[in-house]
Design a protein around this ligand. Structure first.
Ligand SMILES: Nc1ncnc2c1ncn2[C@@H]1O[C@H](COP(=O)(O)OP(=O)(O)OP(=O)(O)O)[C@@H](O)[C@H]1O
Length: 462
């Protein structure tokens, strides 16, 4: 890794050695919560791999937090299993509380940090402490999803199981499910919660395969009280992973343990997922998160600034919110850009500064909406190829989005019918007219289509 990164993220860590009867490992003590989270997100997996090589087996790697100067306690025993390394020679499932005695000896290499069982439990959950219900802005786009998540958080395993949350990229699904997990933990720190990205779950399956340790893998995932699995669309055609998840799902729901799933689309539309899984997702509740409207985007920006302890004027928030519409992550990115620009130049965060910082972005936005952009947005939305916008294919899955794109081109640009026909693979203007009429009529009876048009218009126009 680059020296600078090493200096920033690795060198400040305190290392403690853990030794048990049949497992070894280390605890890395980070100087701050932020540092700890960063380490977990970016480097932990790599450190685990290196540890595996170094120890010649699977070590336990814990990430702890340095005390703010409080009294020192003995370090807690190592967890029976490193959360990202299910192939560890776990003696007990992770849900069991770590034994009080005889505890494996914790031999500090450096001074000890107090890590309680709860803290270790939280560590293993991989939850992000910054993503809470308090920091989540609510609006029409997510109020149903938030209410459902809160209800589940208050009664895990009881109300809706599974809770399935879907929505486009960067709309706050991950934030919401971490908030749910954090809420459960806050009210009952004994609950064993695990947030796992679908790709990491897949990696765990591969690892269990390679090390012939499916027993440990199964025991671990089935011992959880709350399993939160993010971006399940990554299971696409990964059959063994789906099979393992299917069994874990059954075991957990039978035991009234809570499962929370997110995806970028409605369960039935997730590509390459087995029917038996999709049908199980219907058992609980499925809720959507939509792109936030302007007022909510402004509120999100203000909230983010508040977290950074920065006073953000309405006109600056409005400028950013007006120009970034579909994705909260991009919205945040633009805010960061403005703040960094102001800091770098030693200036206040004014409208002028914001305009300067976002010059490129604003120029791009002020360009007229084009047919190409509409085609791309609609194709992405319906997950078809942009080339299909021009093709002669007439199957419904392609023809309908194409008609939607023509309708939006007519609605949102000054283009004439022949010009639109031209942009859609040289079609006749009567075809465009027919498409516009069909969509205008259909949206009155087809609520899904009406919804699609609403979302697409918002994304395209704001
Ligand atoms: N309603 C909201 N209030 C506050 N912050 C939000 C809200 N929605 C999204 N965000 C922020 O936007 C960023 C992206 O959100 P998040 O990662 O949760 O999106 P996602 O839907 O999980 O995306 P992906 O599809 O890429 O997994 C996060 O920093 C999150 O805190």
């Amino acid at each position: 890794m680059p020296a600078q990164q090493f200096k920033t993220w690795i060198l400040p860590l305190r290392v403690e050695e853990l030794q048990g009867e049949d497992l070894a490992g280390v605890r890395l003590v980070a100087p701050s919560n932020f540092h700890r989270q960063w380490l977990r997100d970016r480097y932990l997996r790599r450190i685990e791999e290196l540890g595996e090589e170094y120890f010649g087996g699977i070590p336990t790697i814990e990430v702890g937090l340095a005390p703010a100067g409080g009294p020192r306690r003995a370090a807690s025993p190592p967890p029976s299993m490193a959360s990202a390394a299910p192939a560890a020679t776990a003696a007990a499932p992770a849900a069991m509380p770590a034994p009080a005695a005889p505890a494996p000896v914790a031999r500090p290499v450096m001074p000890e940090a107090p890590v309680s069982i709860e803290a270790a439990n939280y560590d293993k959950s991989r939850l992000n402490p910054d993503f809470t219900f308090d920091t989540l802005v609510t609006g029409r786009a997510n109020d149903l999803a938030r209410a459902a998540a809160l209800q589940v958080a208050q009664n895990p395993g009881v109300s809706y199981n599974p809770l399935f949350i879907y929505g486009g990229v960067g709309l706050g699904k991950t934030h919401l499910i971490h908030a749910l997990g954090n809420y459960v933990f806050k009210h009952d720190p004994r609950k064993v919660i695990r947030y796992v990205h679908a790709e990491d779950y897949y990696a765990d399956v591969v690892r269990a395969y390679q090390q012939k340790s499916f027993d440990v893998f199964k025991r671990y995932y089935r011992s959880l009280d709350v399993l939160i699995i993010d971006d399940i669309q990554f299971f696409n055609n990964k059959n063994r992973t789906q099979e393992e998840f299917f069994h874990a799902f059954n075991a957990l729901t039978e035991a009234k343990k809570q499962i929370i799933i997110t995806s970028d689309t409605y369960p039935k539309d997730v590509q390459g997922l087995e029917d038996r899984l999709i049908s199980r997702f219907d058992w609980g509740l499925t809720v959507q998160i939509e792109p936030p409207e302007l007022e909510m985007r402004v509120a999100i920006l203000k909230k983010k600034a508040e977290v950074e302890r920065i006073q953000l004027d309405d006109d600056v928030a409005f400028l950013i919110a007006k120009n970034l519409r579909s994705n909260v992550r991009e919205l945040e990115g633009a805010l960061k850009k403005v703040l960094a620009f102001a800091r770098f130049h030693g200036r206040e965060v004014t409208l002028e500064v914001a305009k300067e910082a976002l010059k490129d972005l604003l120029n791009a936005h002020n360009r007229q909406l084009t047919a190409e952009f509409i085609q791309k947005t609609v194709a992405d939305y319906y997950k078809i190829k942009v080339a299909d916008m021009h093709s002669k294919k007439r199957t419904r899955v392609i023809a309908r989005p194409r008609q939607v794109a023509m309708f939006l081109a007519k609605d949102l640009t000054p283009m004439s019918l022949p010009a639109i026909g031209e942009a859609f693979g040289g079609r006749d203007h009567t075809t465009v007219l027919h498409a516009c009429r069909t969509i205008a009529e259909l949206r009155l009876s087809d609520t899904q289509l009406n919804h699609d048009l609403h979302v697409l218009t918002q994304v395209l126009r704001g």
